[in-house]
Design a protein around this ligand. Structure first.
Ligand code: C5J
Length: 221
């Protein structure tokens, strides 16, 4: 079976059961004037991973393997907005408020869209998720089952919030998850580094981690 050279040890996969999950590479998080920037974050940190993430996505597409995208967003009436997300954050700009790219993190608004550089291809599955994890309140689990996936490579933002939450949810459901360490980022680089260490700690308690080159090398082998 093919392997990706990873931490804490080699990640074994089958071509028939591996897929890529790209978490929340949305304009509201990555572009100036969006939700992330409104919270006072430096979005240029997240912009820096766009080329690597694009290369990773292209590698999966070229290998004929599934690419799944997620978007963190909510219904216009906010009926799916959990209180933790409604009541916390910046008092000056909350989810649902009008922003420079439409209402913040609302489905269908320009800011909730995936950045054009990483736009999904027709036929690629896009999960709109109301939580931080991709399983909560979505058909993500059903889609993974229909595709018969068992190993998931993760990329996207932010490492310690939506990416890590989804990896933990996947791990509890029996999926083997590997994080692409240079295709994920946080507004707080120390949190990205800590999240990666948490994932691989104790013999891979949440999963594996490897750089994009190592992942693509294994896919192309
Ligand atoms: C956050 C995310 N950080 N996609 N969302 O609020 O990680």
């Amino acid at each position: 079976m093919p392997v990706i050279h990873a931490r804490p040890f080699d990640f074994t996969f089958e071509r028939a059961t591996i897929g890529l999950v790209v978490i929340d590479m949305q304009r509201d998080f990555i572009e100036p004037g969006g939700f992330g920037a409104s919270l006072g974050n430096d979005v240029s940190l997240l912009q820096a991973i766009i080329p690597t993430t694009r290369r990773l996505i292209q590698g999966f597409r070229d290998a004929g393997l599934p690419v799944i995208h997620t978007r963190e967003c909510h219904r216009p009436d906010l009926s799916d907005l959990p209180p933790a997300k409604r009541d916390r954050g910046s008092p000056s700009m909350r989810i649902g408020d009008p922003g420079p790219m439409g209402r913040i993190l609302i489905a269908g608004e320009p800011g909730a869209d995936i950045i054009p550089e990483l736009a999904p291809l027709p036929g690629e599955y896009v999960i709109d998720k109301p939580g931080k994890g991709a399983f909560y309140g979505t058909d993500f689990g059903g889609h993974l089952q229909r595709l018969a996936l068992r190993q998931l490579v993760f990329a996207g933002v932010t490492t310690e919030v939506c990416v890590q939450t989804t990896m933990r949810e996947a791990n509890d459901r029996g999926y083997d998850g590997l994080l692409a360490t240079d295709a994920t980022e946080s507004y707080f680089p120390a949190f990205r580094d800590a999240a990666i260490e948490m994932i691989v700690a104790q013999g891979g308690i949440v999963g594996w981690a490897a750089p994009t080159d190592a992942i693509l090398e294994a896919l192309n082998a």
